[in-house]
Write a protein that binds this ligand. Structure first.
Ligand SMILES: *Cc1c(COP(=O)(O)O)cnc(C)c1O
Length: 408
């Protein structure tokens, strides 16, 4: 845990005390947004030793199978195929579902969602998001459908769900496949039912920075047995048995050490949620009433992992821009992140392919200028959050002076 610097009080409304103007940084060590949550390391070591003793490192080992089973039970789906990461899991799910031509995706997502399509020469067609929860706006999907459209890849963001009912209705009515990138949403529910069982399939990420990690890792979950079987073979070169392939495949296997880590973290998952929720509530309390800064609310009547603390900065009120605020925090060693700046449509190759995509993405473009994510997870606690909020409150209490000092 980082040590909070002694001495700096930020009480006298002296902006020189901010690190951006030459003061001491508030934290001696950098605070990250996605510092990994780590479960019981003794149990992890025990499992690693067992893996080494038995010399079974990958290819359908017992820990991967156990991890898959535990996830399927927890999420309430019939099939879970664990993989080396969520990007490969998305690629394989997209191929197994037979998606081709054009697929509708939000631009306001991590670039892997779009890349997983483009990698296999499927065109991602970027759809705008709803300002309410930052996920794909079902009302804007139908205008993007063309004769080449084969599916929708929707993304559950920040641990909250997309408008699943509306998306499912459109997909069914228009004969489109529906895949969810659920990288953020492990442990979350929608109308009381766990995320993972919706659409044709859903993909989780267990990357180090995600709520639940397996070092690197991902999984496809589905209730479609045929699809699951296809995905299971595709992630192992298409082998159905020795020396025999059914179709083209790749190597997407999860290894045993990753599964061991995933299992340890699953066992500590409720503790992670407790810490995240407590942190989130502290941020909410300490930032309440701060004009121009709004914290994206979690619907607390659903299950949620509370991993993301998402601010929206309204520069009209704060005078200081989101980027300036980010810079102020970075100088204090708080590595706040502007996810998902600048939006997939502004990144290559999409920027060159679709130079005018932004015309149809006003809410996305607005969010890419407003969103700032703050550190959460088991690596941050009460004192850190207190200090981060103190910096934000101090900055906004002195916004006129500070914005003049920073310039445009
Ligand atoms: C992290 C993330 C991915 C990629 O996951 P990896 O396991 O790192 O490949 C995909 N989509 C979203 C929305 C993500 O946040």
């Amino acid at each position: 845990m980082s040590t909070v610097k002694e001495g700096l009080k930020l009480e006298k409304n002296k902006s020189e005390e901010l690190a951006i103007f030459g003061g001491q940084p508030a934290f001696a060590e950098v605070l990250h947004v996605g510092r990994p949550n780590i479960g019981n390391r003794a149990k992890f070591a025990e499992r690693v030793n067992d893996i080494l003793d038995r010399r079974w490192l990958t290819n359908g080992g017992r820990y991967v199978r156990e991890f898959e089973q535990r996830i399927a039970e927890l999420v309430g789906v019939e099939h879970c195929v664990a993989m080396c990461n969520a990007t490969v899991a998305l690629e394989i799910a997209i191929r197994a579902l037979g998606l081709t031509g054009e697929v509708i995706v939000p631009s306001f997502t991590f670039v892997a969602t779009a890349h997983a399509l483009q990698w296999q020469e499927i065109t991602p067609v970027f759809c705008d998001v709803a300002p309410r929860n930052h996920t794909i706006d079902p009302r804007k999907i139908e205008q993007m459908i063309t004769p080449r459209t084969t599916g929708i890849v929707a993304v559950h963001l920040w641990g909250g769900a997309c408008d699943i009912d509306a998306l499912s209705e459109i997909a069914a009515r228009r004969g489109l496949k529906l895949l969810f990138d659920s990288a953020h949403a492990f442990g979350a529910s929608y109308q009381g039912k766990m995320i993972g069982g919706f659409g044709d399939a859903e993909v989780f990420s267990f990357h180090a920075t995600k709520f639940l990690n397996s070092l690197e890792g991902g999984a496809v979950v589905t209730n479609n047995a045929e699809l699951a079987q296809k995905i299971r073979l595709m992630k192992n070169f298409g082998f159905s048995f020795y020396d025999h392939t059914e179709y083209v495949g790749t190597n997407g296997k999860m290894n045993e050490i990753s599964a061991a880590m995933g299992l340890c973290n699953l066992e500590s998952m409720n503790d992670f949620i407790d810490v995240n929720r407590r942190n989130y509530r502290q941020y909410r309390e300490e930032l309440s009433g701060l004009k121009g800064v709004s914290l994206l609310p979690y619907t607390e009547d659903e299950r949620c992992n509370f991993q993301y603390v998402v601010l929206e900065i309204d520069t009209g009120e704060t005078l200081i821009t989101r980027d300036q605020l980010m810079e102020i925090l970075h100088k204090e060693n708080v590595l706040a992140r502007r996810y998902f700046y600048p939006g997939c449509h502004q990144m290559e190759p999409y920027r060159s392919y679709f130079p005018h995509a932004g015309v149809l993405l006003p809410e996305t473009e607005k969010l890419t200028r407003r969103v700032l994510c703050l550190p959460n997870g088991t690596a941050v606690g009460k004192e850190e959050i207190e200090r981060i909020c103190q910096i934000l409150r101090f900055t906004l209490a002195n916004k006129v002076e500070i914005s003049e000092k920073l310039g445009p």
